[in-house]
Design a protein around this ligand. Sequence first.
Ligand code: SAM
Length: 217
Amino acid sequence: MLYIVATPIGNLKDITLRAIDVLKSVDLIACEDTRHTKILLAQYGITRPTTSFFQRNRIVKASYLLNLLQQGKSIALVSDAGTPGILDPGYNIINLAIKRDIPITVIPGPCALVNALVLSGKPTHNFVFVGFLPKRAGARQNQLKELAKLPYTVVFYESCHRILAVLEDIQAIFGEKELVVARELTKKFEEVKRGSAKQLLGAFKKDRPKGEFVIVI
Ligand code: SAM
C-alpha cells in the first residue's frame, strides 16, 4: 500500500493520529527532504527507515519505490509541508502506482491552499488553484489577465521574493478588487491581510514581509 500522508505546514501539532499510526507502521517513509522530516519523526517517536523522494530524483526513485510496493512493502510518502501531490512530489508516483494497480490511500491533513481559501471569506464553492504563477513578468501578467476573466475565486502560492512584484501586477490587472494575502499559516506569526493590491502594497512596502504566502482573489 502507498500512503500519501499529509504533514504540518508549520505547527508540528497539526498531524493526525492516523498519520502517526501509519508513519509508525510502514516499511519505509519516502520524504521530500529526509533531514526536514526527521524533525517531525523525532517529535512523535517515529523510527521507521526513510529515503529521499524529491523533484530531481523522482523518475528513478519512483521506479525503485514502485518495485518495493509490488513486492508487498508499505510506503508512506511525505513532503516538507502539507499534502504531497499539491505542488510537491507525488503526482508522478501516484499516477504510476495507479497504472501498476498498486493500492493507494491518502491520510488527509494540512494543505496551505485550503487554510487560506477558508480564511479568505471568499466564495469557496467554485475556485481555481493555479499553484505558483510564472516567474517571468510577461507570462505572469498574461496568466493574471486570463484569471481575471473567470467568475471564480482564484488561489495561488507565492514566495516572499516576488510578493511585491505580484501585488503590483494584481493592482494593474484587478484594480480595486479586494484580495487576501495569508502568510505563515498555522505558525506563530500567522497573518491574514485583506484589501486592494494597492493597500496591501503600501503595508508590505512599509514592513517587508517574510515567510510563505497564499494569495486569494
Ligand atoms: N504541499 C503543500 C500544501 O499542501 O500546501 C504546498 C507545497 S508548495 C511547494 C509550498 C508553498 O505553499 C509555499 O511557497 C507557500 O506559498 C505555500 N505554503 C506552505 N506552507 C505555508 C504556510 N504555512 N503559510 C502560507 N503559505 C504556505
